[in-house]
Design a protein around this ligand. Structure first.
Ligand code: SF4
Length: 215
């Protein structure tokens, strides 16, 4: 399919009214049809991201499980993360993914053995389901141990962590046609990458909201 072999999509509810309430758009049906078409046309790897929120999650998990029975996508439950501007929302809506993990294991879901470079999601499969489930639990122990993420903002700053400070400028090197100084600069900055975030201490770094860095 157009050379695309992996797609990430956000679906925060499979209930059309909730989806509309969360996103402001009445597009759930269109998105689900798009996923069916993509799967039928070359079967790219599709990850569907959904943020766990107290207000919705309890009711929604069964509908996601029903959908995964026959839909070969990886559905990733992402714990809400605290950022600089969402303290009240975070306190009201944060749900731990560990409870979902316990229930999945009780229901016969098995951990996928992942490569070291697979990133911090924990994935599970079940012989009765075509789809898989991933859990992204940033408050769990050792979450950052397998972090292989670097981000560059649209203003040319390197962010060593989603919750780091205000970024390290690569502007000068990015403006050059020579890639070597860029490689050298990034390598010299990598040593400053911390082993973990500091969210447990309510330190969110310079990240006011995840849209700043694309999540
Ligand atoms: S170190 Fe930062 S970017 Fe990496 S997994 Fe942890 S929170 Fe995410």
């Amino acid at each position: 399919m157009l050379g695309i072999d992996a797609i990430n999509i956000s679906i925060d509810s499979l209930d059309p009214r909730q989806f509309h309430a969360i996103t402001g758009h009445n597009k759930l049906d269109t998105i689900l049809k798009g996923i069916d078409m993509a799967l039928a046309d070359g079967r790219p790897s599709i990850k569907v991201n959904t943020v766990l929120m107290k207000e919705y999650s309890g009711r929604n998990i069964q509908s996601y499980l029903d959908w995964l029975k026959d839909t070969p996508v990886t559905l990733r439950f992402i714990e809400l993360m605290q950022t600089g501007d969402n303290q009240d929302f975070f306190d009201a809506q944060h749900v731990q993914g560990s409870r979902i993990k316990q229930n999945l294991i009780l229901d016969g879901w098995l951990p996928v053995i992942q490569e070291k470079t697979a990133g911090p999601a924990q994935e599970f499969y079940h012989p009765d389901y075509q789809g898989r489930i991933g859990l992204i639990m940033p408050y769990s122990k050792d979450f950052c141990n397998t972090c292989n993420r670097l981000r560059v903002s649209s203003s040319g700053k390197l962010h060593l962590c989603l919750f780091g400070e205000n970024g390290l400028s690569l502007r000068e090197q990015l403006q050059s046609d020579n890639i070597i100084p860029l490689q050298t600069k990034i390598l010299s900055l990598l040593g400053d990458k911390k082993a973990a975030h500091f969210l447990h201490d309510k330190l969110t770094g310079g990240t006011k909201h995840l849209a700043m860095l694309g999540g």
